[in-house]
Design a protein around this ligand. Sequence first.
Ligand SMILES: Cc1cc2nc3c(=O)[nH]c(=O)nc-3n(C[C@H](O)[C@H](O)[C@H](O)COP(=O)(O)OP(=O)(O)OC[C@H]3O[C@@H](n4cnc5c(N)ncnc54)[C@H](O)[C@@H]3O)c2cc1C
Length: 477
Amino acid sequence: MDQRIIGMIENVVGKEGYSTKTADLYTYGFDASIFHNSPDIVVQPRTTEQVSEIMKIANSERIPVVPRGAGTGLCGSAVPMKGGIVLAMQKMDKIKNVSVEDLWVDVEAGCVYDDLNRELLKHGFFFPPSPGSAEACQVGGMVATNASGMRAVKYGATRDFVLGLTFVKADGEIVRAGTRTIKDSSGYQLARLMCGSEGTLGVITEVTFKIATKPKKSASCLCGFDDVEDAGRCIAGLIAKPLIPASCELMDSVSIEAVNKARGNPLPACKAICIVEVDGETDEIIHRDLKIVEEVAKEKGAISVTPSFDAKEISKWTDARKSVMTSLSALKPGYSSVSLADDMGVPVSRVPEAVKAFQGIAAKYGVTIATYGHASDGNLHTKMLIDPTDKDEWERGVKAVDEIFDVCIELGGTVTGEHGVGISKAPNYMKERASELSSIIAIKKAMDPENILNPGKMEQWHGSILTHLRYPCKEII
Ligand SMILES: Cc1cc2nc3c(=O)[nH]c(=O)nc-3n(C[C@H](O)[C@H](O)[C@H](O)COP(=O)(O)OP(=O)(O)OC[C@H]3O[C@@H](n4cnc5c(N)ncnc54)[C@H](O)[C@@H]3O)c2cc1C
């Protein structure tokens, strides 16, 4: 980047507010996906006004800008594929106002999810989505990907909590969208449009979230099965009862084996596991709901049912579930756990069919796939174990991925339940959303006519997904 532009940026954020050091550029070229590409400069703004000034420079000089939260995204959406400016939001992390009477909190986009909840818990409230990356991801990144997690089945995704937000448009205009009221029926819901926009429509600088009361009691039940389809049927059976669990996590045999190998057998050895959490205000409610879980699990063929009120035991189970992604590599030395088709959503009643189909596809292409996820909202994660130096294995992996996505779309599902599109989902997202594409393209053009905001992502990605890889095979097709 030329000195003239660096000087203009320095005038806005000062010497401490940016870096062009090689190590920083390299680091900010990653997120948690399979991709890497370095930006030309990393800028860390402290105010909405600074973001606005940076955007004015970028827009007039036609420089790509990638807003960045914590870089925990799994699809490459925060990787600056075309270089330019990475706008890293971590210095805008203030919780500005908690209004419990009005049920909202005003928070800056760079605030970490767990930090926000630590503050809200002091008042007996919480912001429920609970992504697996809770201790790192930022609320701005959560809005931009419409993140969710274990508790979405009962409480909803990030989108369901956004009352309003402030964002900066590509030309630097500062927009306050939405309200601070629980209800809002006034026209286009611009704040909602920013949910899932992945940094392509504006830079989110502040958010007003609705907050929820934290239930006083909870307990969990670990159900083991010798057939993954039975586990899927158990989940659908619970919902149909009706019992909406606080969370319900599914793990298949590959996930269980990997976690038991990597972490010293925290789980019973079986073909599938459901960890069902129930919550409520009284012990009576918890006991009643746990009994329903036990009954349904046995009716659907559970071979073991272990209810627990013990926080230590429950966190051993949830830690085990959260560690699938990292544990998978323990199954084959030299192999890496990669995010390719990593978070499809299907209707809950189709979860058993989907999981069975994924296993068939893995066998067909000779790749190892672990399936797990927040299955009570139909959200299934698949991680693939790949030798990252083997081109042939990558190619078989991508063929498997395409078939997995086809199955999900056929079952009435989506290629991404919570992680977003970025690059790795782009081709199949366009397939899934074919009838929305012309409107999507028109919205992007209207909001960002110079195409400087996170260019080349989502509907703009037309190449292979095996490109700019962070692994030794950098380009495959
Ligand atoms: C171990 C692990 C577990 C995970 N578990 C879950 C899970 O359970 N549920 C889930 O939904 N996701 C999960 N994820 C994915 C990821 O954590 C989420 O997508 C998260 O919301 C990303 O937040 P971030 O701050 O890291 O954003 P980043 O990865 O930095 O960015 C993600 C996208 O948001 C855009 N963006 C970031 N901040 C802004 C902003 N202020 N304004 C405009 N655009 C912005 C970026 O440009 C990019 O397109 C997981 C990831 C990991 C590594």
